[in-house]
Design a protein around this ligand. Structure first.
Ligand code: DX5
Ligand code: ZN
Length: 223
């Protein structure tokens, strides 16, 4: 199933309620929430308190992307804040498998992300234990960057790896994605597509989401 996940990072933070409802009205079902700690990445965004506030504004599926060092310290707080799935970075965990188990112990869905320089095969031992893999298509830290096309080779390799083993894994891509390049992502095998600037900075987010879905449908996974 294909989902477009608008990233709140590109929204106008002075009016989050209307920004969130704008993308819900435009047809989004997911909301991607980028949590940055100023240590794992050189930027700071928001934490569980803000997520718990916006939880009251919407029923959108909260896709929480933790760009924080040793995220196991904070999982309980993001669970309580109202996350629906929690993604941690492979590079930020001393023991990724134990963090996955910790997230699952709260009956919460768990995902693992890899940054552009991390090889995809680190995910192979985890694919039976996670609900989603996130392949970053930019260096994590900032919205508004350009997609790094080489990262899509990892999407293709992972989709091939899981398909051959009969595993139905969601593969998310994040960074620099718009209606012009979403087809590259879906034909490589991604099915959850994060887009910040392309959606929130547009005057017509509904049209952007529709064009993205159309381009995705025209570019199915090609093994
Ligand atoms: C980058 C974040 C992304 C970012 C995407 O570290 O993880 O989710 O907000 O924004 P765009 O679509 O503008 O690249
Ligand atoms: Zn993100």
């Amino acid at each position: 199933m294909l989902y477009i996940a608008p990233s709140l990072l590109a929204a106008d933070f002075s009016c989050l309620d209307s920004e969130i409802n704008k993308v819900a009205d435009a047809g989004a079902k997911y909301l991607h929430l980028d949590v940055m700690d100023g240590a794992f990445v050189p930027n700071i965004t928001f934490g569980p308190e803000l997520i718990s506030c916006i939880r009251k504004c919407t029923d959108l599926y909260f896709d929480v992307h933790l760009m924080i060092k040793r995220p196991e310290r904070y999982i309980d707080r993001f669970v309580k804040a109202g996350a629906d799935i929690i993604t941690v970075h492979y590079e930020a965990c001393e023991n990724p498998m134990s963090v996955i188990h910790l997230i699952h112990s709260y009956e919460m869905k768990a995902a693992v992300a890899i940054s552009p320089n991390t090889p995809v095969d680190v995910l192979y031992p985890l694919v039976n234990h996670i609900d989603m893999a996130l392949i970053m298509t930019v260096e994590p830290g900032f919205g508004g960057q350009s997609l790094i096309p080489e990262c899509l080779d990892k999407v293709q390799a992972l989709r091939k790896y899981v398909s051959e083993r009969g595993i139905d894994l969601d593969i998310e891509v994040d960074g620099g994605i718009n209606a012009d390049n979403i087809g590259l992502c879906t034909s490589a095998g991604a099915n959850i597509i994060v887009a910040g600037s392309a959606i929130f900075k547009s005057k017509k987010p509904r049209n952007v989401i529709m064009s993205m879905k159309e381009a995705a449908a025209n570019n199915p996974f090609k093994p």
